[in-house]
Write a protein that binds this ligand. Structure first.
Ligand code: ADP
Length: 756
């Protein structure tokens, strides 16, 4: 167990010259022997195993982040959250010493000093049996046998905190029709989780509404008692009282806003994390076609969250007080309460009717907004191409057309929104007029006082206020409902690590590939990307896949990485069907360089160590040396701390490729799948990489997708793909000889500077 602490990225200095001695020391480094998983991750895996659930370290590590710039190890919460995906229920508890842990709660994880941990399996008097992660052998599926030791010995190391674990009961598939769709509840579950905060909101609302009566009582008493008698003392007492009431009203409104914000903020963090986590684990075969539309949808989530946690919902809390106000009006003004009693249903019905008519427009406007997002994304990402093809005017025209449609749809939708607001405010104004006219008649017959008329008018205003807001709330509800529908669909898409899938730790699988009758179609395509492919690649074999552009070479590579499942046949890794291996397990064994290299807006160091922040700088240096990146990193004043820009824009195509190659080589994986690794590089750099790679490839399985003859020196076997089928497969010399008699599918390196 070696955990290498890593200094913050900014501390990485530019690397010195690559001397022969230095090169030898970098080549000799064997990162495969280094264990990057923290002890707690091992302990969690052991606990899960003891509870009957086998998961691998790779799977657990894939489910956790290392948040914070300078943090390299996951926190306890992150680790337990990752284990929760496998159905582990856990809670951290404080226990003074090991003897105070009940044997009935075992196994339990103990948090030890210096970030260590162990799993206690038995407590018997003064003796304890515990499994220590440091006894694990990396990559083995074996679990170490418990060590017997005195409780006192363990107590010396114990921090006082332990984690109790148990497995969640998984409902039987037979009863699944009774349980509601889990993905559909993603939003409401989180939202209702924070509902308890709303009890404070409800309490504040009760008080605010009660205080609201104060102003009407004040006006009534002033007009009926103070004005006729010129009772100035009473006036001042009443004024002081009403000011105090207004002060508390102000205080409570602020408090209510604060609680609503707290609930909204908490729900926001959890919900947006759920959304992005869904996108990260989404199966490639169901990935939405438009990135821009997807981003727009996620942005719309903001409005959804805002709606459900904002003050607009407070209207619903205020609604029950309508009855209180109506009762007060009937108490003060008798039958005049009929006016609001008739107006209220009118207002609600008109609001709902207009919303129903506006529904179609709102949907059209939503779709147009998505289209706008998709086009904008395409324009910004393809700016260089647009400029180089002088297609600015064409793109602008396309944009104007979309914006025109979108603006029209949105203005139609807004027209309905305005209509519903104006109808409700019109009704409210009519109510005031009717109340005053009727009130004057009642005053003339002595059935109502002047103060009573004013008070009942104030009360009617207060009663109608939440109803007026209902109109605008219904408009926003329409929009939020659409967003929720779209996001519900997104959340229902299958994930690579869907719950319910059995997680099995296969241990150290042999790095061999077998393809049996594999046929594959891209989503939505009727033409097979691969047809009836049969193939076996033994561990340690070095194979090149060659063929014309569009032949299916990269498609084959994607299937080997488990990005897509085959439509027919099976892809096996070490004899196990890829559909049974967890994708994160498989990918932890692979070093992959995709054809389209993507770097992230960060330092060169962090781009090489993507997803592995705890990797030591020496290993990063080694990977950069092997991939030929070290040379240009040296010439950069910021060295490994240099920023690569968004999508790696600050670097050349070849530099980006060498950084991505370093990423693939970082952990010395058993299998390397390299898709056109040097297509953007010059011949000299390619020669350097070839020579350096040649030295470290011993024992590794290499799958090289290329059309550059010069790279074939690295392989012993050639597979020729044509139209999704394997046309030739055999030792390099034999296949090359065969190809020399048929039209060549490969080109000379100088011709093939741009890849297929
Ligand atoms: P190459 O041999 O040049 O690497 P690919 O394997 O990338 O070729 O592509 C093989 C065929 O699959 C091509 O005809 C291409 O049009 C199609 N294809 C590639 N990627 C996709 C995709 N994401 N969706 C649909 N079709 C695709």
């Amino acid at each position: 167990m070696t955990q290498t602490p890593t200094p913050p990225p900014t501390e990485v200095a530019p690397s010195p010259e690559v001397t022969p001695q230095r090169a030898a020391s970098l080549e000799g480094l064997a990162p495969a022997d280094v264990d990057f998983a923290p002890p707690l991750v091992h302990a969690t895996r052991i606990a899960l195993h003891l509870l009957g659930k086998g998961v691998s370290i790779g799977w657990l590590m894939a489910g956790m982040g290392t948040s914070g710039e300078n943090r390299t190890t996951p926190s306890v919460a992150e680790c337990l959250r990752a284990a929760g995906r496998a159905g582990l229920k856990s809670h951290v508890a404080e226990r003074e010493n090991i003897q105070s842990i009940s044997p009935l709660t075992l196994p339990c994880i103990l948090l030890l000093k210096n970030d260590r941990s162990c799993v206690v399996t038995r407590i018997q008097g003064e003796m304890v049996e515990a499994i220590f992660p440091e006894d694990c052998i990396r990559g083995e599926s074996d679990y170490p046998t418990p060590r017997k030791l005195l409780a006192q010995q363990l107590n010396d190391d114990y921090t006082g905190y332990c984690i109790f674990v148990s497995l969640e009961e998984q409902p039987d598939t037979r009863i699944s029709p009774l349980t509601p769709n889990k993905e559909r509840r993603w939003f409401w579950d989180v939202f209702t989780h924070y509902l308890p905060i709303y009890k404070h909101v409800a309490l504040a609302s009760v008080l605010i509404n009660l205080l609201g009566i104060a102003s009407s009582l004040f006006a009534m008493n002033v007009y009926d008692r103070v004005v006729p008698n010129s009772a100035f003392d009473t006036l001042w007492v009443l004024a002081a009282g009403v000011c105090l009431a207004y002060f508390f009203d102000w205080l409570l409104r602020n408090l209510r806003g604060y609680f609503v914000d707290v609930a909204g903020h908490n729900a926001d963090v959890v919900l947006s994390s759920k959304l992005v986590s869904k996108i990260l684990t989404m199966r490639m075969s169901v990935r939405p076609e438009s990135t821009g539309a997807l981003i727009s949808n996620i942005k719309e989530f903001e409005s959804l969250r805002e709606f459900f946690s904002s003050s607009s919902l407070l209207v619903l809390v205020d609604l029950p007080f309508l009855l209180l106000f109506l009762w007060l009006i009937s108490f003060i003004a008798g039958p005049m309460v009929l006016v609001p009693l008739v107006a209220i249903p009118l207002m609600i019905i008109s609001g709902f009717v207009i919303q129903r008519i506006a529904k179609r427009e709102a949907e059209r406007s939503y779709a147009q907004t998505m289209q706008k997002g998709a086009l904008l994304n395409e324009i910004v990402n393809g700016l260089e191409t647009v400029k180089s093809c002088s297609a600015e005017a064409h793109m602008l025209r396309k944009w104007e057309l979309v914006v025109d449609d979108s603006a029209e749809a949105s203005s139609r939708s807004k027209r309905y929104a305005t209509l519903s607001t104006t109808v409700s405010s019109g009704i409210s104004q009519m109510v005031t007029v009717a109340m005053i006219v009727w009130g004057v008649y009642r005053i003339s017959t002595g059935e109502l006082t002047m103060g009573g008329l004013i008070a009942s008018n104030i009360l009617v205003g207060r009663a109608m206020a939440p109803l007026m807001q209902i109109a605008s709330m219904l408009n926003r509800l329409q929009h939020s409902r659409l967003t929720l529908q779209v996001l519900d669909k997104l959340m229902e898409l299958p994930s690579e690590n869907d719950e319910g899938q059995a997680h099995v730790d296969f241990g150290h699988i042999q790095p061999a590939y077998t393809l049996e009758g594999v046929t594959f179609f891209y989503p939505g395509s009727t033409v097979a990307g691969l047809k009836e492919v049969n193939l076996h690649i033994t561990p340690g074999e070095r194979v090149a896949i060659i063929g014309r552009m569009g032949a299916g070479k990269s498609t084959l590579g994607k299937l080997l990485m488990g990005f897509y499942p085959p439509a027919e046949g099976a892809v096996r890794f070490g004899g196990v069907d890829l559909r049974q291996i967890d994708p994160s397990d498989l990918r932890s064994r692979l070093g992959v360089l995709p054809q389209d290299v993507v770097l992230f807006h960060d330092t060169i160091r962090n781009n090489i160590a993507l997803g592995m922040p705890s990797v030591s700088d020496r290993l990063i240096m080694r990977a950069a040396y092997l991939s030929g990146a070290l040379e240009f990193i040296q010439s950069n004043p910021a060295g490994f701390g240099g920023r690569v820009g968004e999508r790696g824009m600050n670097l050349s195509g070849g530099q980006r490729q060498s950084i991505a190659l370093a990423r693939a080589l970082l952990l010395d994986p058993d299998v390397l799948v390299l898709d056109e690794p040097t297509s953007n590089m010059d011949n000299a750099t390619e020669a350097i990489i070839k020579q350096r790679l040649g030295k470290v490839l011993a024992g590794k399985t290499l799958i090289l997708i290329t059309h550059r003859l010069s790279l074939l020196d690295l392989v012993d076997r050639l597979i020729v793909v044509e139209g999704g089928k394997i046309m030739a497969d055999g030792p390099k010399q034999d296949v090359l000889q065969l190809l020399s008699h048929t039209p060549p599918p490969v080109r000379e390196p100088h011709e093939g500077a741009s890849h297929a």
